[in-house]
Ligand binder design. Sequence first.
Ligand SMILES: [Zn+2]
Length: 280
Amino acid sequence: MNLQEDIEKLFSDQMEAWPQLCNAVSQIDNVQTKHFLWGNGVEVTLQFNPARIVSTGAKVDAKNIGERPCFLCEGNRPKEQTGIPFLGKYLILCNPFPILQRHLTIPLYTHVPQRIRKKAGDMLALAEALPDYIVFYNGPEAGASAPDHFHLQAGLKSPALLAGDNELRSCLVIEGYSVKEMEDRFEDVYQYLRSRQPEKEEPLLNIIAFVDNGKYILHVFPRKAHRPRQYFADAARQLLVSPGAIDMAGLVITVREEDFNTMTKNDIEDIYSQVSMPII
Ligand SMILES: [Zn+2]
């Protein structure tokens, strides 16, 4: 069997054994969305996903992270959750709070911080093994809800997730036919972004990796902020949006019905302009 077939089997087994996952998967199959269009074919999809409050509302400062049991470490994962080993160091798990079809979380076995620099090759290896999927990474200050335990995520491809650079936010596109060449070019991009934010442990970024007709593609979304000011605003003006890779690509997750109902194109433009870092 190939890995994609193994994952189909994992989902059917896990949905039988784990009611919470079964419920979450059926909700994502029927999730409410709406679409906003700009010129030049630019589109943003809004998803209403109340279960994601656990991630959107997550406190990811060092104090809160240090005091909670890590939900990606083996001893703390849900007892029903089982996975598929990958590269001898990762475990492929069904995400019980999905925002995508076949949403996977892929932690390293070891509890080491979220740092992508030497792991772009692992992302590409996973993207190659999963041609129907995108693989994505949220930096420790750019949407990861477990910044202390390295993990990738993945989910089935859809057009909104494959959008490259557009007028709403910046995206650096790296394409190539060999992993080595891709790693070298990613290192150049990483060093450039590091020079822009030298005070950070890792420059703020999100990445989406996928393979298209044998070509490796990385979309790197440079960030200047984790959450927009609307996130912290008083109740009347608050929009609870906490962008990660998927939001940056063009699928914006809202966790409260009032945000889903009231958010406008202007709000979306404003949020992107606050969290995306322009590249000259
Ligand atoms: Zn951990």
